[in-house]
Design a protein around this ligand. Structure first.
Ligand SMILES: Cc1cc2nc3c(=O)[nH]c(=O)nc-3n(C[C@H](O)[C@H](O)[C@H](O)COP(=O)(O)OP(=O)(O)OC[C@H]3O[C@@H](n4cnc5c(N)ncnc54)[C@H](O)[C@@H]3O)c2cc1C
Length: 388
């Protein structure tokens, strides 16, 4: 059997499509394989919109990756001729802390710290300023706001399609609807990859399998990747108020007294509703067995939770989507070589916040494969942090 490519990219969601493009752009011989036909609705990368921002509440260390991603999204827009990003501004509201969600107040502080450290254009608001500038939000008297001018949203399906198209133009081969069953190291330090349609021998295998990743690894790694069920809801707008068009409404993240939630302006027209979601960091599920049915109770619970903060929305749920987060134990990414097989790279940047960086993570993958190191510091994403 002969080596068929420099790198096989397993999975063509947000991360795999970016890695495929960046490697192909560098002249690497690459093959991308996905069990479905991306972009699809079964993983973590669908649902019309993903928030992108540079002041990062999850930790200021992410900001350089986001800054680089902005450059790359712009470049990809230029090469593909497709619109991938809309700048709406971004509003983070800390609606007053409580013991129950005290950890979430760090999100606001981290956001401000990272904006100051990296000179991200922003301004801070008190409750009255929030009410005046953003009347769509009903906030408490002790609320604080952070507004980031360059935040907005990406169109995830278009991001994936554009990068796959560009990758093909650079010579990448794409196999859709082909499932990888297992892989193992060969005596020649290459990787043997068996699929439901054939087999390959490759120099590097890049695992971008999202919530399916642990199915492919030694079971001792399973606890590092927990798929959880997520729901996005599109709620109707009372009287078609123009508070929610992309011209008037920023992307928003509200943390504070109740369970945090985030949302987007009505990007498909006011009659198609406002997308709202909250991260479910609790119940785990299987990537293949996830319940895709959203019950009326789930819809009414969600509406009850958010309606007092967004009084312009009505209880009419126009549509829902289920999606998967792949959570790591500390909710930070894992990007590292697989200790069992050194030429296999694990790339799991989800925990609910990975899309915005995916173009830059694709570049990191290309640099790791070609040079053994990356320009962006990814040391915090190593597996060793879980082995004290
Ligand atoms: C509801 C929701 C909202 C989010 N909001 C944001 C946001 O606003 N901003 C943000 O930055 N991030 C956000 N995220 C996180 C972000 O979307 C994810 O980090 C990102 O999409 C992860 O992409 P991925 O490529 O790792 O996974 P996926 O998109 O799931 O891709 C994995 C791919 O691997 C394929 N695959 C798996 N196993 C095999 C196999 N054995 N053989 C072949 N193919 C295989 C799958 O078919 C799939 O296509 C959100 C996530 C969700 C679910």
């Amino acid at each position: 059997m002969k080596t068929t490519c420099d790198a096989l990219i397993l999975g063509l969601g947000a991360i795999g499509s970016a890695a495929l493009y960046q490697l192909a752009k560098q002249g690497q011989k690459v093959l991308g394989v996905d069990q479905f036909s991306p972009p699809h609705i079964y993983g973590s990368s669908h649902g019309e919109t993903r928030i992108i921002r540079q002041a990062i509440g999850e930790g200021e260390g992410y900001t350089p990756l986001s800054v680089r991603a902005y450059e790359l999204w712009k470049e990809i827009e230029g090469y593909s001729g497709q619109r991938l990003f809309t700048q709406t501004g971004g509003l983070v509201i800390d609606n007053g802390s409580s013991k129950k969600y005290i950890a979430q107040t760090d999100f606001f502080t981290n956001t401000v710290t990272s904006a100051k450290k990296y000179h991200i254009p922003h301004h801070l608001l008190n409750a009255n300023e929030l009410r005046y500038q953003f009347p769509q939000f009903n906030v408490n008297d002790n609320a604080k706001g952070f507004y980031e001018y360059t935040a907005g949203f990406l169109y995830p399906e278009q991001c994936i399609t554009s990068q796959m198209t560009l990758a093909k133009q650079h010579g990448a081969i794409i196999h859709k609807n082909e499932k990888i069953e297992y892989f193992r190291q060969t005596p020649y330090s290459t990787v043997y990859v068996k699929t439901n349609q054939g087999h390959y021998e490759v120099k590097n295998l890049i695992l971008c399998a999202g919530s399916w990743i642990s199915q492919l690894l030694n079971p001792s790694y399973s606890h590092l990747f927990t798929p959880t069920r997520q729901i996005s809801f599109w709620f109707g707008i009372r009287d078609n108020l123009d508070y929610f068009s992309p011209q008037t409404c920023p992307i928003f993240i509200m943390k504070g007294i109740d369970q945090p939630f985030y949302g987007f302006p009505a990007i498909q027209g006011l009659e198609k509703g406002v997308k709202i979601a909250r991260g479910n960091f609790g119940d785990s599920t299987g990537a293949d067995t996830i319940n895709r049915h959203v019950s009326p109770k789930e819809i009414s619970n969600m509406f009850q939770g958010i309606s007092r903060y967004l009084p312009g929305l009505d209880a009419r749920c126009i549509k829902t989507a289920t999606c998967l987060y792949t959570l790591t134990p500390d909710n930070h990414f894992i990007i590292d070589w697989y200790p069992e097989i050194p030429s296999v790279l694990l790339v799991s940047p989800c925990s609910g916040h990975g899309f915005k960086y995916s173009a830059a993570i694709g570049e990191v993958v290309a640099q790791l494969v070609m040079n053994g190191s990356s320009e962006c510091d990814i040391s915090r994403f190593g597996l060793s942090r879980f082995n004290p």
